[in-house]
Design a binder for this molecule. Structure first.
Ligand code: AOF
Ligand code: ZN
Length: 369
């Protein structure tokens, strides 16, 4: 019970890094001696000290004989920073409780093994589900090479995204849009398509003053990070004049062929193999994984939403439903060409349902067959 209390605190600390650590995971650490928390820390940004180092610095001499609770196996490699398992050993910690192993092939059990070899009492698996939920993107990328993909959709009660005329702005509420800002801010990248860029000319940024107050209390304005904007643009239709090109942070254009125009320094084109004259989505996500993108937040139209689902690359669907009816002439949520039999209809399970302002947010997991 005590162990769970301290691990819950370590998880809470780890969450403070959820807007800033990418491509690194969120990790928290609590050091306890004689029932007293003597050190605490979390990983804030790649290149900065790991959670354990912050906690050990705070604990100082009190780390000797103490228990360290960490939400992820302490690292054993020299990355941007030296191995945490050595730091814990040098500080004289006598017990380490990890919520889960680090699937990073550079660590993968070696951190725990080396602590054990140093005579430290080591265990793992405490509150593992919570620890998994903390780092869906990092863990999926380390295990499979692919990023974690969330597809956002917004619709009326009858599943319409726009009137027949295409008029679509503000179907969902300001509260839903604030929620989207927070989820964008937690993602490594925001992905959209040239069709959306040409139709709406969006900026696809995180706007600090549009985040809700509780998020702002955990995420300082000076730490604001712009997720990479990724645009699927197989026909090279995006131009340097589109609004997102002028935004701070990076923009990556996924294209079949790279053009010779001059683009600002923060814009990169990358070439992706073709699939039926379009971008091959599986290859693209694999490339994004190689580029250390942990998680992708997709905001696009019905065509692309359908293509992602049919390619089987969606990990989670986030649907905001507004309590309005747009009628039968309105445009549908998802374009699924070739779907004729009910038996072939994509199916999902609800993992969360909650009200956001006047709207409802549904979180669903696809059932891939
Ligand atoms: C830990 N504690 O707080 C974090 C860990 O480049 P580096 O040195 O920052 O190493 C990054 C890797 O270290 C990352 O891929 C993951 O395996 C692990 N992250 N480990 O012991 C931490 N952030
Ligand atoms: Zn480390």
């Amino acid at each position: 019970m005590r162990d769970e209390f301290y691990m819950a605190r370590a998880l809470e600390l780890a969450r403070l890094g959820c807007f800033t650590t990418t491509p690194n995971p969120n990790v928290g650490c609590v050091i306890v001696r004689d029932g007293e928390i003597v050190g605490e820390g979390y990983h804030r940004r790649a290149g900065e000290p790991h959670a354990e180092v912050h906690a050990l610095r705070m604990a100082g001499d009190k780390a000797r004989g103490a228990t360290a609770y960490v939400t992820l196996e302490p690292c054993s490699h020299h990355g941007r920073t030296p191995p945490c398992c050595d730091a814990l050993t040098a500080a004289g910690v006598s017990r380490v409780v990890a919520a889960m192993q680090d699937p990073n092939p550079q660590v993968a059990g070696r951190g725990l093994y080396r602590l054990q070899q140093a005579g430290i009492d080591v265990s793992h698996g405490l509150m593992m589900q919570e620890a998994e939920a903390l780092n869906r993107g990092f863990l999926k990328r380390m295990r499979t090479g692919f990023p974690w993909v969330q597809l956002k959709l917004g619709a009326s009660l009858d599943g319409r995204t726009a009137m027949a005329s295409g008029e679509s702005q503000w179907i969902t509420s300001p509260e839903a849009r604030r929620d989207v800002q927070r989820l964008r801010a937690q993602s490594s990248a925001i992905l959209s398509t040239s069709a959306t860029v040409l139709a709406d000319n969006p900026s696809l940024t995180v706007r600090y003053d549009e985040l809700d107050a509780s998020t702002r209390s955990r995420y300082a304005a000076e730490d604001l990070r712009q997720p990479v904007r990724i645009i699927v643009d197989s026909q090279n239709r995006v131009t340097p004049q589109h609004r997102l090109i002028a935004q701070s942070g990076e923009t990556w254009l996924a294209r079949n062929e790279i053009d010779a125009q001059s683009w600002p320094d923060n814009v990169t084109q990358f070439s992706v193999p073709r699939h039926h004259n379009r971008i091959d989505l599986v290859s693209m996500f694999m490339l994004l994984g190689k580029k250390q993108i942990n998680s992708v937040w997709v905001e696009a139209g019905a065509q692309f939403a359908g293509a992602l689902l049919q390619a089987g690359v969606v990990d989670e669907l986030i649907v905001y439903l507004a309590p309005k009816l747009l009628g039968e002439a309105g445009r549908g949520l998802c374009h699924l060409p070739g779907l004729e039999r009910l038996a072939d209809a994509p199916e999902f399970t609800f993992s969360d349902v909650r009200q956001v302002g006047p709207d409802v947010r549904l979180t669903l997991t696809p059932k891939y067959r």
